[in-house]
Design a protein around this ligand. Sequence first.
Ligand SMILES: NC(=O)c1ccc[n+]([C@@H]2O[C@H](COP(=O)([O-])OP(=O)(O)OC[C@H]3O[C@@H](n4cnc5c(N)ncnc54)[C@H](OP(=O)(O)O)[C@@H]3O)[C@@H](O)[C@H]2O)c1
Length: 215
Amino acid sequence: MKIGVLGTGSVGTTLATKLASLGHAVKMGARDAKNEKAAAWAGSAGAQASHGTFADAAAFGEIVFNCTSGAGSLDALAAAGAENLRGKVLVDVANPLDFSHGMPPSLFTGSNDSLGERIQKAFPEARIVKALNTVNANVMVDPGRVPGVSDVFVCGNDAGAKAEVTRILKEWFGWPVVVDLGDITAARGTEAYLLLWLRLWGTFQTPHLNIHVVH
Ligand SMILES: NC(=O)c1ccc[n+]([C@@H]2O[C@H](COP(=O)([O-])OP(=O)(O)OC[C@H]3O[C@@H](n4cnc5c(N)ncnc54)[C@H](OP(=O)(O)O)[C@@H]3O)[C@@H](O)[C@H]2O)c1
């Protein structure tokens, strides 16, 4: 597939590297077409790897991953362009963390809203699926880094988009359990989980951790 990855941080780089290693054509997007991190990634990730602006990457992708800073995501997606996202699955991996008052961060959306919902509202013709935001970047593409079986979540308003992302999570990234939480308002929960996730990181002194729901 042709895949657009918006973001040059550890999430964008890790997802883009994994996707390229599976043989997909991946374009990494940034604010600046000459972004040094994106250029370095494209130079090291094989012949099918390329980079450009957020708009270039969104236009290129049959599916697009939002791996931008939560506070910058709406601006990044506006730069990507609604016309380049129309009808496409947009996997939203971002978290609305507010570090302006120091650590630990809070959520700039409050508890009755979420970044996933804001993105779906701002881009009604894109098919948003919130996923992977509850685990560290390395774990996203290698769930076996955490011993035993653990879970990843999807939510979104488009059943077909969720089915597509669930297939990718299982078949490409190796997730044994993908839990469908319902519509995009479930992003309120998966984003707020970050407040607990950060404390678990502190307690266990590793970001390579996850949860498994028993019922
Ligand atoms: N790190 C993890 O393991 C992890 C795990 C789960 C979820 N997440 C979430 O995944 C997202 C990416 O995390 P990250 O650590 O890889 O990188 P990050 O430092 O949070 O974000 C980097 C990306 O955000 C873009 N960006 C920053 N401010 C922007 C603005 N004002 N307007 C437009 N774009 C802007 C940057 O653009 P340029 O390239 O142009 O500089 C860059 O591509 C975050 O939302 C984070 O909360 C992270």
